[in-house]
Design a binder for this molecule. Structure first.
Ligand code: A3D
Length: 314
């Protein structure tokens, strides 16, 4: 039997999009197509990365352009197009502009690769996934938002720094919407199997939670222009790899809830099992009263953003 290589199309060849392509190349995961309104940028970045393939020992191709027919037969389509948050700009400020961009892109992808699994990265994340879902009209298993993998990675990195231990030993989980309302679940965090609460006092845990919540903003204010892209891109590629290799990893993603965690018809960050079919299972874990309340208010914040988006798009 002849197996063809997997294909990932990335819309938006800016910082996040081209970083995703870099990691896909480095891990030899799939052929990559970069699409951007700026055709030269997509073509140039693809050619630059393709030229790196001999040195990375990769056997994938990278091409670029602005024509959506390039996305045909993609196994996964990642949307990173849109405006990045600037200092002082709230996620809500981005809402209208990015909603219009997202609508146009999804209309094009619906024709080009309706069978793909879609991963949304553009902000404000949970609202953009909802909008994309509405336009693409694909089942919930085939559309996910990337945020939780990044937020969890940040939390793990801060814990490792504080405890002076290996990040590899840390297991942690961040639930909820992407933004200030996210819910890092310290109760479920472990270091080498030891509960975090044994190794770190509560005030220090709280400080790390706050730093995680504001992790994106901390980087934006240091950079002055643009926002984080290395860690977000690796987050996307973790999801892509689990899907393309049917690894069935449990990763926190923004997923369509259909009764899980007491929510219906809303995209919020929850633990998801990702495999060959895309989202194979939303993993429900017991939450205590405080965690439940935090999750509920995070879902409420996402719903409020959706309402605002609907009003703006009228
Ligand atoms: P940037 O480097 O500006 O890249 C965005 C790209 O999108 C540019 O190359 C644009 O030309 C392109 N673009 C704009 N409009 C269109 C369109 N209609 N069709 C095709 N391409 C278009 O930004 P970035 O890569 O740093 O960030 C991209 C998005 O990801 C932003 O919305 C960020 O806020 C978001 N982001 C989300 C996270 C999460 O954790 C959820 C993290 C980092 C960035």
């Amino acid at each position: 039997m002849i197996h063809k290589r997997k294909k990932v199309t990335i819309i938006g060849s800016g910082f996040v999009g081209s970083s995703c392509a870099t990691w896909i190349l480095a891990r030899d995961l799939a052929d990559v197509v970069l699409i951007d309104v700026n055709e030269g940028l997509a073509k140039g970045r693809a050619l630059d990365l393709f030229s790196a393939s001999p040195a990375t020992n990769s056997n994938v191709t990278l091409t670029g352009g602005s024509d959506y027919s390039l996305a045909e037969d993609s196994d996964i389509a990642v949307i990173t197009a849109g405006l990045a948050r600037k200092p002082g700009m709230s996620r809500s400020d981005l809402l209208l502009k990015n909603s219009e961009i997202m609508k146009n892109i999804c209309q094009s992808l619906k024709t080009a690769c309706p069978q793909a699994v879609f991963i949304i990265v553009s902000n404000p994340l949970d609202a953009m996934v909802s909008l994309a879902h509405q336009i693409l009209s694909v089942p919930g298993e085939r559309i996910l938002g990337m945020a939780g993998v990044l937020d969890t990675a940040r939390f793990k990195a801060f814990v490792a720094e504080k405890l002076n231990c290996s990040v590899r030993d840390i297991s942690a989980l961040v639930l909820g919407g992407h933004g200030d309302s996210m819910v890092p679940l310290t109760r479920y965090a472990t270091v080498g199997g030891v509960p975090l609460s044994v190794l770190m006092n509560e005030p220090d845990q709280k400080k790390l939670i706050e730093r995680t919540k504001k992790g994106g903003g901390e980087i934006v204010s240091l950079l002055k222009t643009g926002s984080a892209h290395y860690a977000p891109a690796v987050g996307v590629v973790e999801m892509i790899e689990s899907i393309l290799k049917d690894q069935k990893r449990i990763l926190p993603c923004s997923a369509l809830l259909q009764g899980e965690y007491g929510e219906q018809g809303v995209f919020v960050g929850v633990p998801c099992q990702l495999g060959g079919k895309g989202l194979e299972k939303v993993v429900e874990i017991p939450l205590n009263a405080e965690e439940q309340n935090l999750f509920k208010s995070s879902a409420q914040a996402v719903k409020a953003l959706l309402k605002e988006m609907k009003e703006l798009l009228k």
